[in-house]
Design a protein around this ligand. Sequence first.
Ligand code: HEC
Length: 99
Amino acid sequence: MKKIVVPVFLVFLIFACGEQPNKQPKKLSASKIYTLYCQQCHGNKGNLLLNGASDFTKSTLTLEERIDVITNGRKTMLPYKNQLTASQIKAVAEYTMNL
Ligand code: HEC
């Protein structure tokens, strides 16, 4: 009897862990993040230039450099390391590469 109880308990544990609550911020797509946090200065095509924001369509920065600017900020652009996770920053940086 005991031999059955343990695996059943383990299966229950796996199911219980698999059902994680919806963590909204992690589910945001790159374009959603961009609309929420970046568009007000950079515009929906990346060339609004509000508050002196850089034009992504002319930017020569690499992905790594963009990640750095977004993470740590630069001049009037605030750092996003407290609002976004590292993977969200990477996703939105990739998004700016394609604007
Ligand atoms: C308050 C306005 C503002 C917001 C909001 C903002 N930025 Fe910026 N961003 C700027 C400004 C201003 C610069 C230019 C900084 C400088 O001159 O060094 C800049 C520069 C950048 C650069 C560097 C581009 C280059 O070629 O030099 C990247 C990448 C960037 N922003 C991405 C983002 C992303 C992604 C977001 C959203 C998470 C965002 N920004 C939100 C104002 C903003």
